[in-house]
Design a protein around this ligand. Structure first.
Ligand code: FAD
Length: 721
């Protein structure tokens, strides 16, 4: 295989570009060639003479061209006041890491034949379940064959994110992490992580699959005792995994020891057929994750050796003596890592629709705003306020997850030395941040889709796919409302500790200085300390109120907990909003480049203050106890107005910094150069149905002969028109 960097540097040389593409595409993709040729003929015959036909494989991206949209994009880029590449380095950690990432990505795009933006991307060339699955396998194979890809794309984009774009994602993410934490060397293998059952997902204690120990043969018997015990959802389990890490109840004699992890072979390594007693398959079309065979799995008394229970922490001896794990939460170490990955994915997956929507809004003209020329829609306050807010959110998520990753690394290195001291805090922080980051990203991505108007509803905009994928993040690795509750339990313990004058984690020290007073009238809301105090006040007040409520009324703790669940979730959100803001401010303060720092300070101000006055649940938290006055809210809105003005010229730069290629966005209207309409029409003409029908003379024959013609014959169609 060609070294990634050499291919990437070839493609960087413009003179080589078209040659390489012609070679790769014509040698390997007859279908595409036909589609493009046909599309070209259409351009030349059907379009007004003012519109030039698209030359075969030589689009605007290879031959200089200009149109009003591209000019608008150039003009927008000329207004950016900071060094975009420097911000890219902040995102990826360093300039070298950013360059390295780009090289690998370009090489990958070349191998996937996705480098020419004039050609309809693979994901839109057909939607059959099998085709999607094969695309996912192809991408996963490429990923597994190239070590260099692994770290780059785990959280990168929905198309490149191994987790949701390939059946092989789970074996690397969940399975790998869990086996490393629980198993020993001998047990490490590739497979899927089979926890969720038809009857239970959230309540792991409720799982019904059994693993019964047979001391006579030194084996476990895996069994699905009822329909609700069927494993349902695990990625890659349908047809792609040879093994499954199955969460099942350990039964020894009469004793049920609860849920443990077992490594079970589900397919033969010789002919890939399911092993005797295993029934598995695909669960069908979902909102996203089209390329992944999320599957079902049931066992009919399948035997595995005793050694295949993961025994790094929990043990079962040959004579049936059970030694429990020192800490039950250790079992979910793999999920904790998964939550960090999911939240990081949310940052990149949100930055994609923000990039698409910002680019399209920069070149899409609609309305006159009192002038004589139509204005780009980004100039409307509602439009740019939405997009800048979502842009700020993508950075806030990114920075908070960088901080969370550090906590997670410290925790895992302590774990190696059997030091569990950071486990409760890590579990708390990963649960709460996973919930808030994915919740914010999913709703912001959907708002980006809506901000495109009609085209946002078309898959060719690139956003529906992302929305489908990003929406899953609120459910996977722990459903968000359940995650909030787990974090709330830790927070309630912290409030209790503060009230009893015991120590709490430093990140919760703000609870100790809560005074319950009003915000000073002379507060400067652009001061970062003042912003933090706002957020600290809100979180502390809501948390103390929850603690009071839980302690004061009668009822069982469980009933009271359920009674105040809405307040607990709101208070927990408030705490994690503070976490996000602290991370944002900390990372901005560390930025070296003055121009980037200036713009990012405006963005963090916008992020901090928008939550205060323009979020329904959020705003209430700041005002209902009289902490902020009406005058202060008006003052904050003024600052936001000013930030919008300052940041509008930077909007394209703030999204360019994520450095998404056209191939990774797969959006006709999110083209980097602004050439949106020509790309959109080019792709539309290449849609398989249009290519086929044109070949048949412009009539969709089956539909016409079977349905339209008979209706015409009895005069129905005519009478309804
Ligand atoms: C794309 C995708 C990929 C997946 N991949 C895998 C995989 O690889 N392996 C695997 O094992 N599973 C996988 N899953 C399953 C996933 O982990 C579960 O769907 C998830 O844990 C939620 O469980 P559930 O579906 O049973 O929802 P439920 O628990 O039934 O939740 C339904 C609703 O009830 C609420 N609820 C439930 N319990 C409580 C409570 N205690 N308090 C308050 N509210 C509650 C929830 O908030 C939610 O609104 C995947 C799911 C998806 C969508």
């Amino acid at each position: 295989m060609t070294a990634p960097n050499s291919l990437a540097s070839m493609i960087f040389r413009p003179s080589n570009c078209v040659d390489i593409l012609n070679h790769v595409i014509f040698r390997q993709s007859g279908v595409i060639q036909e589609a493009v040729e046909f599309s070209d003929r259409q351009w030349s015959t059907n379009l007004p003479s003012s519109m030039e036909p698209t030359p075969l494989l030589q689009t605007s991206h290879h031959v200089p061209e200009d149109n009003p949209q591209m000019q608008l994009m150039k003009r927008a880029r000329a207004m950016i006041s900071f060094d975009v590449q420097k911000l890219t380095a902040v995102i990826f950690g360093s300039e070298e890491a950013a360059r390295d990432h780009e090289d690998v990505r370009l090489d990958h795009e070349l191998q996937m034949e996705e480098t020419d933006p004039s050609i309809l991307p693979r994901i839109y060339r057909g939607s059959g379940r099998k085709k999607q699955y094969h695309d996912g396998l192809m991408w996963g194979k490429l990923y597994l064959e190239q070590d260099s890809l692994n770290s780059r794309f785990v959280s990168y984009t929905p198309k490149y994110n191994i987790f949701s774009a390939s059946p092989f994602g789970h074996q690397l993410e969940l399975f790998g992490a869990t086996v490393k934490l629980l198993g020993d060397e001998e047990q490490c293998n590739h497979c899927t992580f089979a926890q969720t059952e038809l009857g239970h997902g959230t309540l792991v204690r409720g799982l019904q699959t059994t693993a019964t120990f047979d001391p006579f043969t030194d084996e476990f018997i895996l069994h699905t005792p009822c329909v609700t015990a069927t494993k349902y959802w695990p990625g890659g389990m349908g047809y792609s995994a040879s093994h499954a890490l199955v969460m099942a109840r350990l039964i020894v004699g009469e004793m049920d020891h609860g849920v443990h992890a077992f490594l079970v072979q589900i397919r033969s390594l010789v002919d890939w057929k399911p092993v005797t007693g295993v029934d598995s398959g695909d669960i069908g079309t979902k909102m996203g994750w089209g390329s992944v065979d999320n599957g079902y799995l049931s066992f009919d008394r399948v035997r595995i050796p005793r050694r295949h229970m993961l025994m790094k922490n929990t043990k079962l001896s040959a004579n049936g003596i059970y030694t429990p794990s020192p800490h039950d939460k250790l079992l979910y170490g793999g999920l904790t890592k998964g939550r960090v990955g999911v939240a990081l994915t949310a940052a990149f997956q949100l930055a994609q629709p923000v990039t698409i929507a910002t680019r399209y809004s920069t070149v899409r003209q609609q309305g006159y705003m009192g002038g004589v020329e139509e204005v780009p829609i980004i100039q409307y306050k509602t439009q740019h306020a939405r997009l800048l807010k979502h842009s700020a959110t993508s950075y806030a998520i990114l920075f908070s997850i960088k901080d969370l990753s550090e906590t997670y690394q410290t925790h895992t290195s302590r774990l190696e030395k059997r030091d569990l001291s950071l486990l409760p805090f890590t579990h708390f922080a990963t649960s709460g941040l996973k919930a808030i980051c994915t919740e914010m990203a999913a709703s912001a991505a959907e708002d980006c889709r809506r901000s495109l108007g009609g085209i946002g509803y078309s898959f060719l905009s690139g956003i529906p796919h992302i929305v489908g994928d990003i929406t899953s993040l609120v459910t996977v690795e722990g459903e968000n409302y359940v995650m909030y509750q787990q974090a709330a339990r830790y927070l309630m313990k912290a409030v209790k500790a503060v009230r009893e004058e015991r120590e709490v984690h430093p990140s919760l020290a703000y609870l100790k200085s809560f005074l319950g007073n009003a915000c000073p009238s002379n507060t400067n809301f652009e001061d970062t300390n003042a912003q933090l105090q706002l957020y600290q006040h809100r979180a502390a007040r809501l948390l103390f109120e929850c603690h009071d409520a839980l302690s004061s009324l009668s009822g069982t703790p469980e009933q009271l907990w359920n009674e105040y669940l809405l307040e607990l979730v709101a208070a927990t959100r408030a705490h994690f909003h503070l976490f996000l803001l602290e991370s944002f401010l900390r990372h901005v303060s560390h930025i070296q480049d003055a121009s980037v720092k200036r713009v990012m300070k405006h963005l963090s101000d916008l992020y901090a203050l928008t939550e205060v006055v323009y979020s329904s649940e959020g705003s209430l938290g700041f005002v209902e106890d009289g902490y902020l006055s009406q005058r202060q809210m008006i003052r904050i809105r003024e600052i936001i107005r000013q930030k919008h003005r300052l940041l509008l010229p930077e909007a394209v730069g703030l999204t360019d910094a994520w450095n998404f290629s056209d191939a990774s966005l797969q959006s006709a209207v999110g083209q980097r150069d602004g050439n949106v309409y020509k790309t959109l029409m080019g792709w539309t003409r290449q849609l398989p149905m249009n290519v086929e029908v044109r070949r048949e003379g412009g009539v969709e024959n089956i539909g016409y002969q079977k349905y339209i013609q008979p209706l015409m014959a009895v005069g129905r169609v005519k009478s309804q028109l």
